[in-house]
Design a protein around this ligand. Sequence first.
Ligand code: ZN
Ligand code: ZN
Length: 411
Amino acid sequence: MTAHKILFLVLDGISDRPCPELGNRTPLQAAVTPILDGIAAEGACGIMDTIAPGIRPGSDTAHLSLLGYEPEKYYTGRGPLEAEGCGIHMEPGMIGFRCNYATLDDQGRVVDRRAGRIHGTEPLSQAIQEGVDLSPLGVEFFFRSGAGHRAALAFRGEGLGVAVTSNDPKKEGVPPLPFEARSGDEADRMTARALAAFVAQAEEILRDHPVNASRRAEGLLPANTVLVRGAGKMGYFEPFSTKYGLSGKVISAAALISGIGTAVGLTRVDVPGITGSVDSDLGAKVRAAREALSSADFVLVNIKGADEAGHDGNVREKVAFIEKIDLALAPLARLPDTLIVVCADHSTPCSVKDHSADPVPVVIAGEGVRVDRVTSFNEISCAEGGLHRIRGSSLMPILLDLLNRSPKYGA
Ligand code: ZN
Ligand code: ZN
C-alpha cells in the first residue's frame, strides 16, 4: 500500500531553546502533547534546517524552501507575496508592496503607524481602488485590504523599478518620508513618482470617507494615509502541480503564507474564524484541512500562534498554545491514504523574541514510513530519529518518494 495524499502541517515558530522557566526544557518538551507524541511514535522523526544550517529564516523564505522553491532563486521580497496573499493576482513582472493604514495629525505628522489598529478597511480600500487614477503615469494599480491595519498595493506597467525607499518613518511624531529612487535609474524614479501620486490621491479620498467620519465621531483615530514598504518584483514560479504532479491547497490566516501558496499554484481555502494569533479557531482550521484533503492531493496548513508567543517572549503562553494545537490536531492524526508531516518553519525562541537558525523538529508518518524509536515530538527527541538532520529542500523529494512518485535518477 502507498499513500496518495500529503497533509503538510507547519507549526509556525513552535521550536525553541531551553527555557530556564521550564527547568531548561523547551516549550515543546514542557507541553503535554499526546497527539503530536503519537504522530512521532508512529513516524520517522528528525531535525531540519529549513534553509541551511546557521541561516535564520523568515517565514516566507522558509515556506518557499519547504515547498521546494529555493529562496535564493525565487524570493524577491515580501511585498509581492503579501500582495498575492491579499488577493491581488500577481503576474510575473508586477511590483508588489506591503502597506499600513496610518494616522496623520493636522500638521501631517504620523501619530499612529497602525491607525488605531483599525479593522474592516475594505470600504476604504475599495474607495481608493475606484478613486485613484495613475493612468497619466502609465501605471495600472491594485490595492487591497489585509488583516487589521494592513493592506497591499501592486503596480503593473512598463519601465517600473523596485529600488525605491519607503515613506514609513518607522516612528511617530514626524511626517512620512518622501519616496525616492535608490538608484539613478529612470525605472526606479518612475515607481517613486507613481507611489507619491498614489499616496497623495489616496489621502484625498480618505480625508472625508464616511468610515473615517464615524471613527472621528467615536473618538477613534482615522485611517487618513497609507505607508508603503517592501517593494519587490513578482517572479515566475513553476506551478506546484507541474513540479510534483500533485494538486494542492493552502490554509493559513497569514496573508504572506497564503500568498506563497497561491504564488506556487496552491488553491487558497478561506476559513472564517482563523486569526493567525493564539485566539485562532483551530477546530475550524482542522475541519477545513480534512475537507480540503477530500479534493486535493496536498494540503499545506500553517498554524501561526506559537510564533507570536515566541516573538512576545511569553513562555507560558507558548506552552499553553502548543497544548491547544495538540488538542485540535486529534482529528488529523490517522487519516487514511495520507502522509502527515509535522514541522516548524523556523525556531522562535522566547529568549530571542525573534527567529533563530536552530533546526526544527520534523516527523513524517503514514504508509511506508520506517518507524523509528522516537516517541515524543520535540527538538531533542526528534534529533534521535531516523530522518536525522535534513534540509527543508529535501522534504518534498522524501515525500514524493514515499508516494512512489519520485523520478529515478540514473538507470
Ligand atoms: Zn514563521
Ligand atoms: Zn515570526
